[in-house]
Design a protein around this ligand. Sequence first.
Ligand code: HEC
Length: 199
Amino acid sequence: MKKSYLTALIIISAYALHGCSDRQNATDESPTEEMAKDVSTADDAASVDAREAELVIAADDFKCLDKMTKVRHFFVDNLLAPVDATLAVAQSTTGGVYPPGSVVQLVPTEVMVKHHEGWNAATKDWEFFELDVTNEGSSIRNRGFTDVVNRFGGNCLDCHVKAKPQFDLICELDHGCDPIPISREVIAGIQAADPRCAT
Ligand code: HEC
């Protein structure tokens, strides 16, 4: 009797914890998916709006850096549209606002993805990701907006928010961010060793 009560308690708490972690430590499933599902039964026009409002990002969306478009020393892509508009901003020396769906990477394990306008004012609509990468692909270790901390203990936004406003949170070396202690030469080596490109 006592044992079955305990088992029930364990199951309930595991369930509650799971629900909680789904919400808080964003994993592969974005909380926005739920919102989009709720509105998908609305009429056609509203569904189109919902699809446009939704940018569901999963581990499979991230690929080997070689399959992205290289701009100077970093890589870009777009999950919603052809890469041209993203590329134009990345190539501009005077900055610009990246279009929704833009993906930017310097190293295989850290990514910024741009959501639709108004998604998150604090991060200028960027979502930060920290990935684990192997020759089998990417998995999402950590994702979110203001509270994503990389494996070296640095909060993504704390550094990137210091970029001059015209650069839309993109740091490079001279946009005003705190520097990272890795030279461009080492970065090039890390890029070339992206294990996802091996397959
Ligand atoms: C200590 C400050 C710092 C932290 C913490 C940090 N970054 Fe950066 N990040 C930089 C700097 C500086 C560059 C530019 C380096 C270069 O161009 O050589 C950069 C470059 C990048 C780039 C390429 C585009 C750009 O801004 O130049 C991406 C994408 C990126 N970081 C994502 C992240 C993500 C995601 C996190 C958290 C998981 C993170 N960064 C944490 C400072 C930081």
